[in-house]
Design a protein around this ligand. Structure first.
Ligand SMILES: Nc1nc2c(ncn2[C@@H]2O[C@H](COP(=O)(O)OP(=O)(O)O)[C@@H](O)[C@H]2O)c(=O)[nH]1
Ligand SMILES: [Mg+2]
Length: 200
């Protein structure tokens, strides 16, 4: 049976790696730079704009949010990397939490790695995708804020963005606008297909 994304509620907010919830269900993780649109996409998938706080200020969130979707999966909203204004101590705390999360053998089913469709991938994006490939963690690439470009500029930019990765990309690539709800249903369908394949 398909997961009903609209049936998503906040489950736990984690500030410290020692307080992660019981790893009792598959986790779908939102990763990507601060301000790329992780919280907005989570809200769009759940069709609930009040679910997680969308921030105009990059780097505000230094917590991991676990959402219970349909009592079947956790959606995990990681803090974003690359916020210039955070102090060194905050950055260390951040990477401790993200590295910690990836380092403790969570039941990660899928990572949605988000990148702003308008910008070339950064070093952190390359590091992340290389890491996921090496660890054999399944991931989808999701280009966000598609509404900010015309469709021809978007196609050209995405081709360019993808060429920045040296790893073979036989990975599903999506292009979404959480603002205009474009590409969101397609992503729900593909995530469901993925989860269904995984559990048969
Ligand atoms: N135009 C546009 N803006 C977006 C979209 N998604 C997010 N944003 C904006 O980008 C900013 C950061 O979004 P947020 O979801 O908080 O990013 P996060 O830091 O990755 O969780 C906010 O000002 C959002 O309104 C989108 O699809 N289109
Ligand atoms: Mg966020």
């Amino acid at each position: 049976m398909d997961i009903c994304f609209r049936n998503t509620v906040l489950y736990k907010v984690v500030a410290d790696i020692s307080s992660l919830p019981e790893p009792d269900r598959p986790e779908i993780v939102f990763s990507g730079k601060s301000n790329v649109g992780k919280s907005s996409l989570l809200n769009a998938l759940a069709d609930n704009s009040k679910l997680c706080r969308v921030s105009g200020q990059p780097g505000k969130t230094r917590l991991v949010f676990f959402f219970n979707t349909d009592d079947r999966i956790f959606l995990v909203d990681l803090p974003g990397y690359g916020f210039a204004k955070a102090s060194i101590a905050q950055k260390e705390k951040y990477s401790e939490l993200v590295d910690g999360y990836f380092g403790v053998n969570r039941p990660i089913a899928l990572v949605l790695h988000l990148m702003d469709a308008r910008h070339k991938p950064g070093e952190n994006d390359r590091i992340m995708l290389r890491y996921l490939s090496e660890q054999n963690i399944p991931f989808f690439i999701v280009f966000t804020k598609a509404d900010k470009l015309s469709s021809s500029a978007l196609a050209k930019q995405i081709k360019e963005n993808l060429s920045a990765f040296e790893i073979p990309l036989s990975v599903p690539v999506f292009c979404v606008s959480s603002l205009k709800k474009r590409g969101v249903e397609e992503l729900r369908v593909k995530i469901n297909g993925f989860v269904n394949d995984m559990t048969v």
